[in-house]
Design a protein around this ligand. Structure first.
Ligand SMILES: CC(C)(COP(=O)(O)OP(=O)(O)OC[C@H]1O[C@@H](n2cnc3c(N)ncnc32)[C@H](O)[C@@H]1OP(=O)(O)O)[C@@H](O)C(=O)NCCC(=O)NCCS
Length: 329
């Protein structure tokens, strides 16, 4: 598969509008495209950040493409290839250029590129309207992929004994623990998330072994949770979520008050709440029940779809309490 690909008209689907462009080119997504790509995500009201796009570019530089019409970028697609499986995400065609066949062209190109890299399993989170589009490529529905919004108190409880802040020397063990449950190594991605948010990354232990961990990113107006990975040995994963948020508030000052959505003053205890966002598969009933018990509400859902071999990935979903992102699992 060549790195840059000019498509001659014999390879272009028989779509009248697509033939109106004198040149269509698919090129590797490079750093210079980040602003264009991020703008596309903002137009869709996605919560993707520039850092996240940069992380994916670094993790798998061969998996991301830009489609240019007559020399101008009009669409993008990302794929994140782990050893055992791959995620596709950030697939967007500029609004004015939709329904001309460009999406199908770019998606086919990305699928062919993954096939040539011997990828056997591909997953993605599809907006409900796009399910027939992906089904036509052979993707099958697994379950709903839920986006939860919630509020958590910033009360600082005494730190539970089995709770620890992730430090650089424990990070390698966290990465190994993640691999056992996630099903593949995502070392580079986790390191990047940790390096940006060292004060909001925590783990729990049971009998001296890591039993869960969480990485949290403070953003403008909310906290984004993920990854949050929990083994079956951990009876109280909710402690981790509650504590990492409360802990972060210790360093909170009034200039950062925009993160606080609601402040109440009861029984002389000054309690504030922060907005939380996370994504989890509906089939992880333990996580879903826990979040609903904590008052989280579903704000949106996508459909998790899979192409190719599904075993042994399917069994691992129960440990993923929050995805790192819909574009990377
Ligand atoms: C999905 C998307 C990339 C498809 O790009 P495109 O260039 O319009 O795709 P094509 O022209 O090749 O095919 C369009 C077909 O895909 C289907 N489709 C796919 N996704 C769709 C969506 N989100 N909304 C409506 N139709 C969609 C329709 O059946 C459509 O057929 P039509 O043109 O006859 O109406 C584009 O709609 C888009 O950028 N959507 C917003 C971002 C998004 O939802 N991305 C996918 C996340 S899973």
């Amino acid at each position: 598969m060549p790195c840059s690909h000019s498509l001659n008209h014999s390879k272009i689907p028989n779509h009248n509008q697509i033939r109106s462009f004198s040149s269509i080119k698919i090129v590797p997504f490079k750093k210079k495209h980040i602003q264009f790509g991020w703008n596309l995500t903002q137009e869709e009201n996605w919560i993707t950040t520039v850092d996240e796009l940069q992380d994916l570019l670094k993790f798998d530089p061969k998996g991301n493409f830009i489609l240019e019409c007559d020399g101008t970028a009009r669409a993008m697609i990302f794929s994140t290839k782990y050893k055992e499986f791959t995620f596709i995400g950030n697939f967007i065609v500029e609004k004015e250029f939709r329904h001309k066949g460009l999406g199908r062209l770019l998606f086919s190109y990305a699928m062919n590129s993954l096939r040539s890299r011997r990828v056997k399993t591909i997953m993605l989170d599809s907006v409900p309207e796009a399910v027939p589009f992906y089904s036509s490529f052979g993707f099958k529905e697994i379950c709903r992929s839920l986006r939860f919004n919630g509020k958590l108190p910033t009360l600082i409880n005494p730190k539970p004994k089995n709770m620890h802040q992730i430090t650089p020397d424990i990070l390698e063990s966290i990465i190994n623990f993640d691999e056992q449950i996630f099903g593949s190594s995502r070392k580079i991605l986790l390191k990047e998330i940790y390096n940006r948010n060292p004060s909001t990354c925590f783990y729990q232990t049971q009998n001296g072994q890591i039993s869960s961990y969480i990485m949290v990113e403070r953003r403008d107006g909310y906290f984004k949770i993920g990854p949050w990975i929990v083994s079956q040995n951990e009876p109280h994963p909710e402690d981790l979520l509650l504590y990492c948020i409360a802990h972060d508030q210790k360093s909170f000052n009034t200039s950062k008050i925009s993160n606080i959505s609601n402040i109440s003053n009861t029984s002389n205890t000054f309690t504030s709440y922060v907005n939380i966002k996370l994504g989890v598969l509906e089939r992880n009933t333990r996580a879903v029940n826990l979040l609903q018990k904590m008052g989280f509400k579903i704000s949106f859902y996508a459909i998790r779809m899979i192409f190719g071999q599904s075993y042994p990935i399917m069994k691992n979903f129960n440990g993923i309490f929050a995805q790192a992102g819909p574009d990377r699992g």
